[in-house]
Design a binder for this molecule. Sequence first.
Ligand code: ATP
Length: 613
Amino acid sequence: MTSIMDEYDQVPGALEDVSNAPNSDDYQDPREEPEPETVTELKPPMGSEDRHEEVRKQGWTDRVAIKYDEVARNEDYEWAGGASRYEWAGEEGDVGPRNEELEEQLFKNINLSRVGHRIEEYKKIQVTFESEERIYPTASWEGAKLHPVLIENLELCLYQHPTPIQCYVIPSVLSGKDVIGIAQTGSGKTGAFLIPILSQLMGKAKKLAAPRPNVSDPSFDLKTQGVRAEPLVLIVCPTRELATQIFDEARRLCYRSMLRPCVVYGGAPSRYQRDELRKGCDILIGTTGRVTDFMSQPNVLSLRRVRYTVIDEADEMLQSDWEDEFKKIMSGGDVNEDEDHRYLMFSATFNKECRKLAREYLSTDHIRIRVGRPGSSHLNVSQVVHFVEDRAKKRAVFDLLLSMVPIRTLIFANNKTTVDYLDDYLYNSGLPTTSIHSDRTQREREDAIRSFKIAECPILIATGVTARGLDIANVMHVINYDLPTTTHGGITEYVHRIGRTARIGNEGIATSFYNKRNEDLGPDLVKILLECKQTVPDFLEHFTPSEGKLSFDDDVTEEEDNNETEDASQQEEGADNAAATEDATYVGDSLWAAPEGDPIPPPPEEAPEDTEW
Ligand SMILES: Nc1ncnc2c1ncn2[C@@H]1O[C@H](COP(=O)(O)OP(=O)(O)OP(=O)(O)O)[C@@H](O)[C@H]1O
């Protein structure tokens, strides 16, 4: 089987510095020329006709222009949040009949990510588990005693086994504890929280859920039969794209159950989101602003029934100007503050503020699960860094794209102007690009993602924030046209960006353009390259830690944090917790976790007490 790296290797110049690639004539590599400040003699720019010719020769698909005016005028525009979901028709029992047309849409979509052969790498990742009581990791869906309809849905999704984070989070949530889950990008965190929550609720929905109309009845009239949404689950996340993506996963996993997911996010008309809420909502996914908007309309949304609140991409949420909205969502309005309300937080990176927040809102006996070092990247991404001066970047990115076989590529720039400019330049050079940033209308954003997903425009140029958490199948190349600055996300942002490729055991390439402006990122970048066993280019070598040991700021346990921030009595408590901390390593032929030096504990014979259906 040839891997993406084999293909990449076969492209002349692809793994060399781009300044050696054909057509690269206006930037330089300091490894050849030790004085990067030296003004390079720029050769005459390539004419646009020549660039078109090069693009055609390389085999990129034809460009498709997005007609923004038409998109804006289209009355029947299909918002991502309006996508079909299973509509429960008041059947007896817990499981509704099949709907083949919907099944086709939900599960036979070629744009769904499929597990790659490097999934085996996950076995080697160390898991740290902190809990007051012992929890047995699950080895299979059946072992986790999930609701039967959920197991069928997982089969339809072609999810054969739980991923490491899922192995631990599923039993932890089923045990009824608050949970913090930290795992690398693309490792299945969304499933880790949705699967146990939905499984718990599927059997109880009739008892717990608010009354709702039968929307599949032809005589259904929203005006007279609409209800107030009283979800059982609230999931908040930082971006609209991520919200619709979680909604898509929820639509698949809720199939044939009574649980009805809805998504609310800014930029799309409130009116149609309100209409969807009024049809009944058990799982509400949203961005904070729109969720709090609806919370202020008590006839539309009430949080009094919420049993689970999930904060996804927790650290990004804290970056944003979000504190007031966050507080309101956690404990404002008519939020259920009873004991039966569980809180879950997830991210690939988890900073000190997140840990503080967790201490404030999560119960003291919450479970913390870390798969790998928080903030680490994984070995499935081949990371390449080139020295490219700012003025030579645009030509460098063009040459880079042309030095490789056409593959789905996501390019990051640090601001909206650069995104627009680069999109124009590459598009006018004949490349099939589209772009996304926060100044675009929501329709334009959804259209850009759609055309990237279906490969109509296989090159997407984006700012970092808009692409946070994006899960798009077969993104094989991420290019950091601009590396993130240390004032805007720094190495954490870098890890999230390159994590758009090589998801769920697939391979990918991340190429970054570095120059003197990025020097403050240099030390952290080198640590990540070393940790991921990547080549450190000569021009970064001086950042290699002399002591030989890699230490990372966010590599801190709860106890260390407690020791730093709390008084002596609390430190003692921290020490008690430490006794329950265990390190587990994935070993042998199975994906499942086994505490190091300890046989894999057998799963409990019986399902945990509160797993009823
Ligand atoms: N058990 C599984 N088997 C196969 N595929 C899975 C499994 N769980 C999740 N996936 C798929 O893996 C992909 C990545 O999952 P997900 O988006 O949840 O990752 P993530 O850890 O949240 O990443 P990020 O931190 O980048 O947001 C998705 O396409 C999802 O459908």
